[in-house]
Design a protein around this ligand. Structure first.
Ligand SMILES: Nc1nc2c(c(=O)[nH]1)N[C@H]1C(S)=C(S)[C@@H](COP(=O)(O)O)O[C@H]1N2
Ligand SMILES: [Mo]
Length: 303
């Protein structure tokens, strides 16, 4: 068995792969000839925004991760106790190669890169986050999507011993999310394994979470243990909880208000008390890339 066949997750953490843009720009990156480093897409991705990222402190201290509690500080307080290694992901449904994959096998051959994305929560605040990840499409192509598949369903870990929020039945665990297949295959849709060049902090969804930058934050499901290719629109957590407020699509849309508040503007976390309010952009600023996916839909109906 060759070395690369027995890579464990600890060998493929983003830190081992990732070189900061600063290092690259300075030319300081001595390219060590390892299979791991060869997998880096060295240039910052063309999909990155040039907006200034939020600080690591902001990104890791103001979180939604209800498995650890409903307060924005709960994930930072309690997620440290989550065991993320070993980790396996079930990939099943309408795929050629279903199975329970070790995380290392899931990321194997997927080119990790940095993607600086705008992030817009449905609660009308936003951040800019430098993710490390790879396109979901790359993984789906690797396992082989069968012709009947129309949607992708995702599930988060259920482990109440380590996830204190799961002792509350407020959400019917597991946390679930879903995408239409064309949304899942879009190059903006990534599975993230880290941020700021480090392995994913637990409160942000370690060891692997979805990031769909043109949708409200809750679509970006954390700590994924199951990915299923299905033929029908799958149930999703917020839609199950409150269908009048949270639709399946949940595209960022300043023209369609949440029933209880406006979605026309957002508060940029970290921008200070006196600034930071900005207009929300259609599809969170990714209109040029994704509007065509919805050309035939009325987004006030398919919200
Ligand atoms: N499993 C799981 N994933 C989740 C959530 C959650 O409670 N559980 N919250 C969602 C919501 S509402 C938001 S805004 C984002 C927050 O991601 P962040 O804390 O990394 O910024 O995660 C999303 N993914
Ligand atoms: Mo959210």
């Amino acid at each position: 068995m060759k070395m690369r066949d027995i890579l464990r997750w600890s060998d493929v953490t983003p830190k081992a792969f990732w070189l900061s843009r600063r290092q690259l720009i300075a030319g300081a990156a001595a390219m060590v000839a390892t299979p791991a480093l060869a997998r880096i897409d060295a240039a910052p991705s063309k999909y990155s925004t040039d907006a200034e990222p939020n600080t690591l402190e902001d990104i890791t201290s103001y979180n939604n991760f209800y498995e650890f509690g409903t307060d924005k500080g709960d994930p930072a307080r309690y997620a440290g106790g989550l065991t993320t290694d070993p980790w396996s992901v079930v990939i099943d449904g309408l795929v050629d190669k279903p199975g329970t994959y070790d995380l290392a096998d899931v990321v194997k051959d997927q080119p990790l890169e940095e993607r600086i994305y705008r992030f817009r929560c449905v609660e009308a605040w936003s951040m800019v986050i430098p993710w490390i990840g790879f396109e979901l499409a790359g993984l789906l192509n690797r396992v082989g999507v069968q012709p009947g598949a129309k949607f992708v369903a995702f599930e988060t870990l259920v482990r109440p011993e380590e996830m204190p929020g799961q002792s509350s039945p407020f959400i019917e665990w597991p946390y679930r999310e879903g995408l239409r297949l064309d949304e899942a295959m879009h190059p903006l849709t990534i599975l993230a394994t880290g941020l700021y060049g480090e392995p994913m902090p637990n409160q942000n969804g370690a060891p692997i979470r979805l990031v769909v930058p043109w949708k409200y934050g809750f679509k970006s499901i954390k700590s994924i243990v199951r990915i299923s290719l299905v033929d029908k629109m799958p149930p999703t957590t917020w839609n199950m909880l409150q269908p009048s407020e949270y639709g399946f699509y949940s595209n960022v849309n300043p023209n369609v208000d949440h029933p209880r508040w406006s979605q026309a503007s957002e508060r940029r976390i970290g921008a200070g008390l006196f600034g930071g309010r900005q207009d929300t952009l259609m599809f969170n600023g990714y209109e040029a890339e994704v509007a065509s996916l919805y050309a035939e839909q009325d987004l006030a109906v398919d919200f």
